[in-house]
Design a protein around this ligand. Structure first.
Ligand SMILES: Cc1ncc(COP(=O)(O)O)c(C=O)c1O
Length: 450
């Protein structure tokens, strides 16, 4: 029989093992993961690029081949639907599985370990965002984070919340419910497609403001078109009129390189399972320290608990902590790639397919390419005379190419959304463009034939 301290379920042995794993992903000792050969290869490749400008790395295919090898994507699939949910690099999946197994060893002990671990995670996310750890809550997705603000923000009957026709449907539902239940007024301004300039977008939002506007909801980029908004200018305008701003950054976080100070918003929410490539079921909520007390948690904390810390939103009962732990691995992977380098690559990939399809007369873009800051790795188009759903189905069912057909009652357009990611190769984009050009020239094949 093993001595008690060496038994796999002894508290000392278990805690030692858990501490090692949590230290790797949540604490300061991140170097252990660099020991994996793949991480080391990418770190070495990134090191080779460290003296160049991020944009110089955008088309360095040798580097991006190393990055692709860190994923387990099936070679038979061309996944251009990463704006939906992105696959994680292998190092993240391995961490997720490792921690799930650990939870099966002794769930209660794992839970005991996670108090300090979660605080470390908030600290690392805060560093990425450029804010204080007390301003960050880890959530299960962007919907949970945004609903916390939209449903928990102090509002009275007749108070107005301003948003756009392009904001995400789940947030519109939250506002509509609040209108029905609490008598608030929801105002929506129509977004021009494609937008002519950032200034036009700022004016569009300003046009919907009234003396009763208390809160503005705006997407950093819109999920339908990839249209970025001039968030900083919108915040300045809203603040001057006494309104707070909540930013839907589900599609912005770890996609473009920014800090919270660049936005100047009061609340910010993101999915981490999109561009950060963390496990499915992870998100975050940022609240400016002096604005946190205005938001009631959806799941209440003790009456005496502090009101000005984002952690008050994390008392949601029992859940698996394994996905949360693996967020740390996703952050380290992101930092190894380099946020600016990744943004430059995503921009390059979009330009590659969009420039090629721009030569096809039937192609119409709903994304604005008028200036670089208006879009990045997410863009939409439609093909005259071709149904978007049918095009999506054809690409997926006949060619294994994944894109997203976009339909949304409130928005003024339909189209197909294309979102490559850091593991996307030029050959993937060629396969996609070849297929669209063929459909533009010959139409979709009758169903049942290829
Ligand atoms: C702009 C935008 N907001 C919110 C969401 C919801 O994100 P989640 O699924 O993480 O709740 C999405 C998801 O696609 C989105 O694109």
């Amino acid at each position: 029989m093993l001595p008690r301290s060496r038994h796999p379920l002894s508290r000392r042995a278990f805690v030692g093992r858990a501490a090692g794993a949590l230290g790797t992903t949540l604490g300061t000792a991140v170097v252990a993961d660099f020991g994996t050969p793949r991480r080391r290869a990418i770190a070495a490749a990134a090191d080779r690029l460290r003296h160049g400008a991020p944009a110089d790395a955008a088309d360095d295919e040798q580097f991006w081949r190393e990055v692709r090898a860190a994923f387990t994507v099936a070679p038979s699939i061309v996944n251009l639907d990463n704006g939906n949910v992105s696959p994680s690099p292998r190092v993240v999946t391995e961490s997720l599985v490792r921690h799930l197994e650990m939870e099966q060893d002794a769930p209660v002990l794992v839970r005991d370990m996670l108090g300090p671990g979660t605080a470390n995670l908030a600290r690392e996310l805060a560093a990425l965002l450029g804010c204080a750890p007390e301003e960050v809550a880890v959530t299960r997705n962007a919907t949970e984070a945004l609903h916390t603000v939209l449903l928990g923000y102090d509002l009275r009957p007749g108070d107005e919340v301003l948003t756009t026709t392009h904001d995400y449907w789940a947030m519109q539902n939250a506002l509509d419910q609040r209108a029905a239940r609490d008598g608030i007024v929801v105002k929506r301004v129509a977004v021009p497609v494609p937008a002519a300039s950032m200034e036009q977008l700022r004016e569009t939002i300003e046009g919907g403001m009234t003396p009763r506007t208390r809160l503005v909801l705006v997407s950093q980029p819109v999920n339908l078109t990839g249209q970025f908004f001039p968030v900083k200018q919108i915040c300045e305008m809203a603040h001057a009129r006494g309104a707070d701003v909540v930013v839907d950054g589900a599609q912005g976080f770890a996609h473009v390189d920014f800090k919270i100070a660049d936005l100047g918003c009061d609340y910010y929410a993101a999915s981490l399972h999109k561009w950060l490539m963390a496990p499915i079921g992870t998100g975050l909520l940022y609240g400016r320290r002096d604005k946190l007390a205005k938001v009631w948690p959806l799941l209440p904390t003790a009456p005496a608990a502090p009101k000005d810390v984002a952690w008050k939103f994390m008392d949601i009962g029992t859940r698996s902590m394994a996905p949360f732990v693996a967020i740390g691995d996703a952050m380290h992977f992101h930092e190894t790639l380099g946020a600016a380098r990744k943004e430059a690559r995503l921009r390059f990939l979009t330009r590659t397919w969009a420039d090629r399809l721009a030569k096809v007369p039937k192609v119409r873009f709903s994304t604005s390419f008028a200036s670089p800051e208006m879009s990045c790795g997410l863009a939409s188009f439609s093909l005259d005379g071709v149904d978007d759903d049918a095009l999506q189905r054809f690409l997926r069912d006949r060619l294994g190419i994944l894109v997203q057909s976009i339909r949304y009652d409130r928005a003024s357009f339909r189209g197909v959304r294309v979102t490559p990611n850091v593991y996307t190769s030029p050959a993937d984009l060629d396969a996609f463009c070849d297929a669209v050009e063929r459909v533009a020239a010959k139409g979709l094949p009758p169903s049942g034939r290829s």
